[in-house]
Write a protein that binds this ligand. Structure first.
Ligand code: SUG
Length: 447
């Protein structure tokens, strides 16, 4: 077995971060529709998390934002003329589509792709499948730029395989790592990959939510596992509890998170909790490991509190001493039940012995917590040396990115600002400058 480190690739919040209420089923996005956003603060909050975790010795990297506005989308739905005409016409006739074209949602890189480390795959390469995110218009074209970014960073095909996204159709709805958890004795050891789905396209009798959409299908999860060459005995497919989807759990990472052999989850997360635990135990036994479940009861933390605080949308990080830290958003301290639970958890003598808290309010108001903001990629030393080095977070990169944000980002955006042609130019200039900072020329098709 080779040793490996887990890199967290956080999404750099783009200059058009705004609240457009585009995600039906995501309670925060819906509740904050049309409120005023602060893109500069959003980006600085995200960078502060990256910098603090890098300073603690965790492997940290950054994924760039996507080109905005997405003129291909706007022109593709019939808005023509100059760029300024396109923006004015879209604002007049279809402001929601304009908001889709401006969405900064790629910041939530847990939805960028599903990643399987080389220890799990048949050809011993790291596999990536960009998520098609076809459930929401504002996210449905993200995979085009995400594929381009991942191929630019993980360009060495001896180590990496970046697949095309799955065909973009409801039967294959795929939301990436937000519905995928890897359990293993260590990051470098062969592990068990857990895929959680909300709906089965070809079995109408399978349980499904009634109020909100299930974004991930079983068929999509199975396709990703096949593409990555995962071993059947070490792959588990689990149905999400449709009742929690209807309470705002639009991705499994809003109600469960795993790291090492530990699964931290809410008792209502899965349709059949006992069966999921059983399958995980059997699969982990294949690799000589034993499941460590940390179950949170409804009595301690009701689902509504889990959704409101994003307790489970936390990062579980293995520290140098082998214990784990839980990276939580500030909201966890503001919720009484969750704060009480967390105090007990870290004081219990168990494997999670530290809380690290961040103010991510700008992202949280759109339903994105610490775990949404990062894509986990476990890499051996050879693999981490083979990827593009310019995205690895260092003090110098942090300082450059902070200065870049201060220079290009507005501190206030409201819906009417999306019609301002200057905003489009500002976004383009910012991204052009970013390609130089990250050493990734040609990353964007800015035509
Ligand atoms: O897809 N919000 C995102 C939040 C994604 C969170 N990711 C994970 N749980 N991994 C979504 O619902 C809101 C955009 C708006 O309303 O303007 C949005 O897209």
């Amino acid at each position: 077995m080779q040793s490996a480190r887990e890199f967290n690739f956080d999404g750099l919040v783009g200059p058009s971060h705004n609240y457009a209420g585009l995600s039906f089923g995501n309670v925060a996005s819906f509740n904050n529709v049309k409120s005023v956003s602060n893109p500069r603060q959003a980006a600085l909050q995200g960078l502060a998390k990256m910098q603090a975790l890098a300073a603690r010795g965790f492997a940290q990297a950054v994924l760039p934002p996507h080109a905005r506005p997405n003129f291909q989308l706007l022109r593709g739905v019939g808005f023509g003329g100059t760029d300024a005409d396109v923006l004015a016409r879209a604002y007049r006739d279809a402001p929601v589509i304009l908001a889709c074209a401006y969405s900064a949602a790629p910041m939530w890189t847990a939805n960028a792709a599903t990643v399987s480390p080389s220890a799990d795959t048949l050809d011993a390469r790291v596999h990536f499948t960009p998520a098609n995110l076809n459930n929401k218009l504002h996210r449905a074209r993200e995979h085009v730029q995400a594929t381009r970014i991942l191929r630019a960073i993980f360009h060495d095909q001896r180590c990496f395989a970046v697949h095309e996204a799955l065909p973009s159709t409801p039967a294959l709805g795929d939301e990436g790592a937000a519905n995928h958890t890897r359990l293993a004795a260590s990051h470098g050891a062969a592990g068990v990959e857990l895929f959680v789905y909300g709906r089965v396209e070809f079995d109408p009798s399978a349980p499904a939510p009634r109020k909100y959409p299930a974004r991930q299908t079983l068929e999509a999860s199975q396709a990703v596992a096949r593409l990555h060459g995962l071993a059947g005995a070490r792959t588990v497919f689990a149905a999400q509890n449709p009742q929690v989807i209807d309470q705002g759990v639009f991705h499994n990472d809003v109600i469960a998170v795993g790291n090492g052999n530990l699964l931290f989850y809410h008792e209502q997360a899965f349709s059949d909790e006992a069966a999921v635990l059983d399958q995980l135990r059997t699969a982990l036994a294949e690799v000589g490991s034993a499941l460590l479940p940390v179950r949170v009861d409804t009595q301690m933390v009701p689902v509504a509190d889990a959704v409101g605080s994003y307790l489970f949308n936390s990062q579980l990080l293995t520290k140098a001493d082998g214990a784990m830290a839980l990276v939580v958003p500030h909201e966890c301290h503001e919720n009484q039940a969750v704060a009480r639970y967390l105090e007990e958890l870290v004081g219990s003598g168990g494997p999670i012995d530290e809380l690290i808290e961040f103010d991510l309010r700008q992202s949280m108001r759109n339903g994105g917590g610490p775990a949404c903001l990062r894509l986990r990629v476990a890499l051996t030393a050879t693999e981490s040396a083979a990827m593009h080095q310019g995205v690895i977070m260092t003090d110098a990169l942090y300082a450059q990115l902070v200065a870049w944000v201060q220079k290009y980002y507005r501190d206030r955006l409201e819906p009417k600002d999306l019609a301002d042609p200057h905003l489009a130019l500002e976004c383009q200039a910012a991204l052009e400058a970013l390609t130089h900072i990250l050493g990734l020329p040609g990353l964007y098709d800015l035509s």
